[in-house]
Design a protein around this ligand. Structure first.
Ligand code: SF4
Length: 919
């Protein structure tokens, strides 16, 4: 009887017919068909339940099997991981208890991609040798990446990404560490394009704006200078020699054959066959047979692909871009079929592959709805009617939807009939995203045929039911033991079998150490004890040399301070403008502006807006090339930024001239450095045990007024972002810079101005060109007024109207320059930022105590992971060390220092305890 098109075995019959036709045509003798249709075929003689399954799965009229099927297991798994773990345990059990060989078992998958990664790790953990029978894509192989990256390098004119994809393939004759050095240099100086190929040595170094005294920059400079440029140039030469030759050749190539040839020559220049052969030998030596096989086959495949391209476009005029697209498509579709490298392995096979040998035991995974049988694809080029039409015209197609469904049934049949003794069928209850997954109709059909079949459940962790079953191999058992002991640590009981496992592991010499190491994780505390004092001193020195901002960082989190200044960790330098770069630029611009004003013998107060604009333009044009190796000239984006910088500096100089017009204070110094090489000595504080803290830095601006009451000094700090001076932050030691500068100038007033001085104030000046929002056109004078308001200085001033009026003579009528305002009765409003002379003294003393306390903790080796969290800010927010400290507020040892926000009154009450006599 001939099978119909809808018959389960129609494809098999079709194949038989084709073979028969060929045999007839070849004149071969064809013997009569042999009927092997017995009740129980010999291969299932040991498993009548599996024979019954084979015979009746698609026979819906067949009676059910009337006893429990010993050779069949049906499992619902909590997840794919639980499913693969369970199969690994079953395979181990069959080997251990029933003397199976690995090769007697197979895992059968309908959607192999979903399982390969899991099988790889879990089977390796269980020490199960396995072979994944799959034609593997090779687009990840270094040789494929090398070819693609080489073409992309030429096409993109040596873009950073393409060049370093090429250099990191390990197929070039330069070690990876040297490539890392080269990459750091290239990133820091933004090298691309012809700078790689112009045969000139690189001599880029970090340039700094005149008078830049930022310590970090100076440190970075030292580092760059010490890095050997000669070494970098040598690495560049060796790493790119072959690539530059390839570029020369391929640029001359006009037709496909010439491009293929230049690519082939390039690969030979790099001795790729030799390199692959040594990789193969290394893999063989390590027992990595699959990798060895890949390295053996890939060269032949690539050469074959180049030859195919010669056949297709050999004589055609073609650009490298077009050629590269074709090459990429070829490389993308390259698949390597690997022969099983060993004889005794569990076979992991896909139902799509023909290699589904008979085994004693098979596990069919992922028997879920829509997976086995698979759902049809809507993504088709021809519809059913078109396919039928084309088939009638003699074009054989991949089967249409109807046939495909029958083929899926055949795959179900194949999956269920591979094993001769034992069949495991499993499905998952949840997919990778945790969504509920339903079992396939295959599962319900199995339950129909075998009503006595008991469904098992596999959990991810020992679940209290079959905990012994989880104890298979030592490595896996140790992992489960760790999670069980965590339960004990939480004060609960566990199955005694785990104590037995623990005793066994520690009694084995091979496992004792590993067990100790793994279990120590249970007692790990994510906190850092202090460094030994000796180590701390050798790390930071005596005196501890720091800046005020470094102490602020210590107060924010000692661990972040240790990583930054103790270990010297920092992010890789990149060729881009950072906020500190802009800050440096603004400071230099304002200083240069002042120098030019002095040179022209003009008073600040006489400068008109157009003078400011003109001078600012000149200053920015002069300084722009000096910033980060001409970065401001490196592209249209940066040129636009330069215009914005001109506007911002122009706006700042306008406001400063307004201050000069309204005030009587005179300039004492701009960019005043204090420290070993500065205009003023460092701020030195004595700590315990004859140790010292020495602070250096730079004060942006100091002004003086001499009045009948005495000399008064005020300090100003330029900031490129909006900033407030908050008493809370001073109180907690998180914002000390401005106060420290004021303290220093008052301390060294005799050196600076020739006599003692009193505090007039400390202020932040924001460098911005603010946006004024309005609902219609605005009068220019009104705009200027709004700008003044937006850029009003922030800080603290001496509560003395007379001194304040010397800073701004319009303060009583137009209080738009300083953070003060007056009531009608002449008193300060409650929102004015003013404090008394005594309060200034209290703050200065508090500053010194805070600095000393931090210095002593640094000397004592405090490196605790101790960030703070205030109402508006937390120290971890912008910290780049999150991945290192692993601070986790859920751990009992990782708590934020919660900083409450006391009222002004409470702060002053707290500060009133300080001893002001020392000042
Ligand atoms: S992320 Fe937080 S805890 Fe970690 S180092 Fe930074 S500030 Fe400290």
């Amino acid at each position: 009887q001939l099978p119909g098109e809808n018959d389960l075995f129609y494809s098999t019959w079709e194949t038989r017919q084709k073979i028969k036709d060929i045999a007839v045509k070849a004149g071969a003798l064809i013997e009569a068909d042999l009927n092997i249709n017995e009740d129980i075929p010999p291969r299932w003689s040991a498993a009548p339940d599996l024979a019954y399954l084979e015979k009746n799965f698609f026979d819906y009229a067949a009676p059910s099997f009337n006893s429990p099927p010993p050779g069949l297991k049906l499992v619902a798994a909590a997840s794919k991981r639980a499913e693969v773990e369970g199969v690994a345990r079953e395979i181990t059990r069959l080997c251990r208890d029933l003397n199976y060989r690995w090769r007697d078992m197979a895992v059968i998958l309908r959607n192999p991609e979903d399982y390969y990664a899991l099988i790889n790790t879990i089977f390796t953990d269980h020490e199960i040798p396995f072979f994944i029978d799959l034609k593997r894509p090779v687009h990840y192989h270094p040789l494929v990446e090398l070819i693609r990256a080489a073409c992309d390098t030429v096409i993109t004119n040596w873009s950073y990404e393409a060049v370093f994809r090429y250099l990191k393939t390990d197929l070039i004759p330069v070690a990876r560490e040297q490539i890392d050095l080269l990459e750091n240099y290239v990133l820091a100086y933004g090298i691309k394009g012809s700078r790689w190929t112009d045969n000139k040595d690189w001599t880029y170094r970090r340039h700094y704006l005149k008078d830049s005294l930022e310590e970090d920059y100076l440190e970075a400079e030292k580092e760059t200078v010490s890095a050997s440029l000669a070494a970098i140039n040598q690495i560049k030469k060796e790493a790119t020699q072959a690539l530059r030759l390839f570029q020369e050749e391929v640029k001359k190539a006009k037709i496909g054959q010439e491009i293929s040839l230049s690519l082939f020559k390039f690969l030979i220049t790099l001795d790729i066959p030799g390199r692959l052969s040594s990789w193969r030998n290394e893999a063989l030596a390590l027992g990595q047979l699959e990798q060895a096989s890949e390295h053996t086959q890939i060269w032949a495949y690539v050469v074959d692909l180049l030859e195919q391209l010669v056949e297709i476009v050999g004589t055609e005029k073609i650009s490298l871009e077009e050629y590269s697209q074709m090459l990429n498509a070829g490389l993308e579709n390259l698949r390597l079929g690997l022969i099983p490298p060993g004889l005794d392995q569990v076979l992991i096979s896909s139902l799509d592959r023909s290699r589904n040998p008979n085994v004693r035991s098979a596990f069919v995974l992922g028997v879920n709805d829509g997976i086995l049988p698979a759902r049809g694809s809507r993504n088709v080029l021809f519809n059913e009617a078109e396919k039928e039409f084309l088939e009638q015209a003699g074009l054989t197609f991949f089967p249409g939807e109807k046939r495909r469904l029958y083929l899926e049934q055949f795959l179900v049949y194949t999956a269920l009939t591979r094993s001769t003794e034992f069949l495991g069928v499993s499905y998952v209850l949840a997919d990778n995203e945790g969504r509920a997954a339903t079992p396939s109709i295959v599962v319900s059909r199995l339950k129909e045929i075998f009503p006595h079949l008991k469904e098992e459940f596999w959990a991810e962790e020992p679940d209290g039911l079959n905990e012994e079953g989880f104890i298979t191999r030592p490595a896996r058992s140790l992992a489960y033991l760790t999670s069980r002991l965590r339960i004990v640590k939480a004060g609960k009981n566990i199955n005694p079998v785990w104590w037995g496992t623990y005793s066994w592991l520690v009694s084995q010499e091979k496992w004792r150490e590993r067990c100790k190491r793994v279990l120590s994780s249970l007692f790990y505390i994510n906190q850092e004890p202090p460094l030994p004092v000796k180590l701390s001193r050798s790390l930071y020195g005596n005196p501890v040399k720091a800046s005020v901002s470094k102490i602020e960082k210590f107060n924010a989190c000692p661990f972040a301070y240790f990583l930054t200044y103790g270990l010297g960790l920092k992010e890789r330098a990149q060729y881009k403008l950072t906020v500190p770069d802009l800050g440096e630029f603004y400071h230099a611009a304002l200083k240069e502006f002042h120098t030019r004003v002095l040179a022209k013998k003009i008073n600040w107060s006489d400068l008109k807006p157009k003078d400011c604009a003109l001078l600012t333009g000149e200053v920015v044009e002069t300084l722009a090339p000096q910033l980060r190796n001409e970065i401001l000239l490196s592209g249209p984006g940066y040129r636009y930024l330069t215009q914005k910088l001109i506007k911002t500096v122009g706006c700042a100089t306008n406001i400063l001239t307004e201050h000069a017009r309204r005030g009587k204070f005179s300039l004492v110094g701009l960019e005043l450095a204090f420290g070993p090489k500065g205009n003023l000595p460092p701020l030195r504080l004595k700590l315990k045990e004859d140790t010292w803290l020495e602070l250096s830095g730079r004060i942006d601006r100091v002004d003086l007024i001499t009045s009948p009451k005495g000399n008064y000094l005020k300090v100003i700090d330029y900031k490129s972002g909006a900033v407030e001076l908050n008493l809370n932050e001073i109180f907690y030691g998180l914002k000390l810079q401005l106060l420290a500068y004021l303290d220093l100038v008052l301390n060294y007033a005799p050196d600076l101005i020739g006599s003692d001085a009193l505090a007039a104030g400390m202020l932040y000046f924001t460098l911005q060109n603010p946006l004024i929002i309005s609902h219609g056109p605005l009068d220019p004078d009104l705009v200027d007024k709004e700008v003044l308001k937006k850029l009003k200085m922030k800080g603290l001033l001496l509560a003395d109207p007379e001194i304040i009026s010397l800073m701004d003579n319009l303060v009583f009528t137009s209080p738009d320059l300083l953070p003060v305002a007056f009531k009608k009765d002449g008193c300060f409003t409650s929102r004015s930022s003013v404090i008394s002379a005594t309060q200034f003294t209290i703050l200065r003393q508090h500053l010194r105590q805070t600095l000393k306390a931090a210095g002593e903790e640094i000397m004592a080796g405090v490196v605790a992971i101790k960030p703070y969290r205030g109402q508006k800010f937390a120290s971890c927010r912008y910290c780049q060390f999150k991945a290192i400290c692993k601070f986790d507020p859920l751990l009992p040892e990782n708590n934020f220092r919660l900083l409450p926000s006391p009222s002004k009154k409470e702060i002053w009450q707290g500060l009133s305890q300080v001893n002001t006599k020392e000042i």
